[in-house]
Write a protein that binds this ligand. Structure first.
Ligand code: 5RP
Length: 236
């Protein structure tokens, strides 16, 4: 057995997802180091002459795709996509996800929801029994930040843990700004035993734009490790 690095496993998962691409497809392009491999493979197909239209989930992915010569569109021009392929920060066996480690969760969720199929690509280290080890990103508007933060903290306590809810900071020492001009609260929940309840409560909180719990969106998760590729769900 060849031992794969985490990055090699990410690339292997991306390669399996790239096998699903057909000429003429409208694709959603995810964000992050795993999705980056997938975008590279889309670029190779475009270079080889395949006609594809792609909607990126972040400015970062848009820049990569443009550099590769991939034709980009928006959800206004192309409101229905065939397939979106994206990474995740955590997933469980029910294909519930935590996303937003890269700060792109809002666009990622909108693009996934506009797709007939969302397929997640990941290495095995992201699999958990119970979501919540990875701090849950929650995108909020800057107005009323502290009031919103406290409300979000109360909701996170529904999970039975009392980790902090922290404003994400950028490398410049200022609050991290999303592509939509919002802030991110990273919520150290520990264990999210009732993700549906937490998702519902967060979605109903004034000031919250979107949260990183993706429930019922992924049709399949392609998981790679040194043993090969494993599929949870249905790629069909
Ligand atoms: C960005 C995301 C990414 O999909 C998630 O952070 C996984 O990133 P990576 O593939 O780099 O591990 O949700 O908002």
């Amino acid at each position: 057995m060849t031992v794969l690095s985490v990055d090699e496993a990410k690339r292997l998962a991306a390669a399996r997802a790239a096998e699903l691409i057909r000429p003429g497809m409208k694709l959603g392009l995810g964000t992050g180091s795993t999705a980056k491999h997938f975008v590279d493979l889309v670029g190779e197909k475009v270079k080889a002459g395949m006609d594809l239209i792609c909607v990126p989930t972040s400015e970062q992915t848009a820049a990569q795709a443009r550099a590769l010569g991939i034709r980009l569109s928006t959800l206004d021009e192309t409101p229905e996509l065939d397939l979106t392929v994206d990474g995740a920060d955590e997933f469980d066996t029910k294909m519930r996800l935590i996303k937003g480690g890269g700060g792109a969760l809002l666009r990622e969720k909108i693009v996934a929801a506009a797709s007939k199929k969302m397929i997640v690509i990941t290495d095995r280290s992201k699999q958990v029994e119970v979501l919540g080890k990875f701090p849950l990103p929650v995108e909020v508007v800057p107005f009323g930040l502290e009031a919103t933060r406290r409300r979000v903290e109360k909701i996170c306590r529904m999970t039975g843990t009392r980790g902090p809810v922290k404003l994400r900071m950028g490398a410049d020492g200022k609050p991290f700004l999303t592509d939509g001009g919002h802030y991110i609260l990273d919520c150290e929940c520990g264990m999210i035993s009732y993700p549906d309840a937490v998702a519902t409560a967060l979605a109903a909180t004034p000031g919250v734009v979107e949260h990183g719990l993706f429930i019922g969106l992924a049709k399949a998760v392609i998981v790679a490790d040194s043993a090969g590729v494993d599929i949870i769900g249905d790629l069909g």
